[in-house]
Design a protein around this ligand. Sequence first.
Ligand SMILES: [Zn+2]
Length: 462
Amino acid sequence: MKRVRGRLPTARPPILLTAAVVLMSAACKPAGDGVIALEGATLIDGSGSEPVKDAVILVKDGHIQAVARVNEIPVPRGAREISLIGKTVIPGLVDAHAHVERWALERYVAWGVTTVRDLGATTTDSAIALKNDCNLGAVLGPRLFTSGAMIDGVPPTYPTATGVAEPSAARKAVDQRAVVGTDLLKIYTKITPSLLKPLMDEASTLRLPVAAHLGKTDAVTAARAGVASLEHMAGVVQAAVRDPAPYIQAHDQFLPGWTLEEAGWASLDSGSVQRVARAVAATRTAVVPTLVLHEMLARLDNPTLLLRPGMEDVPARAGSVRDVAGLLKRTRWRAADLQAFRRARARQDQFVREFKRAGGLIAAGSDAANQLLVPGLSLHEEVALLVAAGLSPVEAITAATRKGAQLLHADSLGLLEAGKVADLVVLDGDPVTAIAATRRIAWVMIRGRIIQPDSLRKTWAN
Ligand SMILES: [Zn+2]
């Protein structure tokens, strides 16, 4: 290098000199400059394979450069080395079903949720604004994929949704979302099979995946029509019972439909649950069970849930999570309804088991920030409920990482291997021994940047 400098005539134009200096300083930097080396942790990489002990993960420029066992590859000189002996590393979590509110963005990150599939809370424009703010780094938040406002029948259940009454309106609603750039579509309970057809046709032309929470269309019909996912396992009861007419009719109105369907799970027999699980799995439609939503609905009369650890992350003004009394008032659910919801839980768990056995794709989603569902925390609760339903801890973590990424067609997410993005969570415990250890978060890396949840929480004091 000295020889090169010596040969440079002093009279050369300054631009060449500058170029030479830049080249030289680059050449003088150690190979590990800008590299973070995470050494010694047990790695659960998101692929579904068994944990690997003594892992080393090299991160550079927001991406994973290499993954190996300690001593299998050299840690480049100059790298920032972080010892993670005794800890577990998992990919950044993917919440496959959420309704993102702005206050919740940092909560997701603090809980290790680095990607969220937003299924419509407000208007399409504000959802896209939120997504842009996160993805451009204007605010700290997860990577967002959004459906924009939901598409529903008429009258729409929520005033923010687009209500469609006939095929051309359905196609128009799909087009509008494609034009403004939503990542997917969310269709809602009042969409009938005759509206579903033009919707799916237009969505397929525009290559927009469809997330379905339907009431007037059963799960097998929706899956065969090509929806990407069944949210909350909606429509399974309609597909499993001999006479779905009362359920289909009840869904003329959102609340009676919801109440009847939720309680209806308890009446199903194991053979019909198995039949529907196999029929849906055969179509390759994914299921986002949101067991945590079903669990919370069954326990709305338990006042201690509003005080459980993690609720302190929810601001007092966040009525969506805290207003259990308001929900009970609106729904007029009584003790008997909640008891029926509790009896339904075993059948819902059975569906998850049968669907897994049939080879179906299960992605973990929370439905936060609805009642009692804390953004971030509720995904960890979902992971634990998936284990209780019969998934292994590694399968449940995969449902909350790689499977969620697959649902988003986001190949660089949810997996810790060379070339993928550096979104990961460092855990103080071992989730394979006790799944609740996914909540014992030491720190989080998002886009290659290290975030300390405790420091982040201190900024939420007001
Ligand atoms: Zn939802």
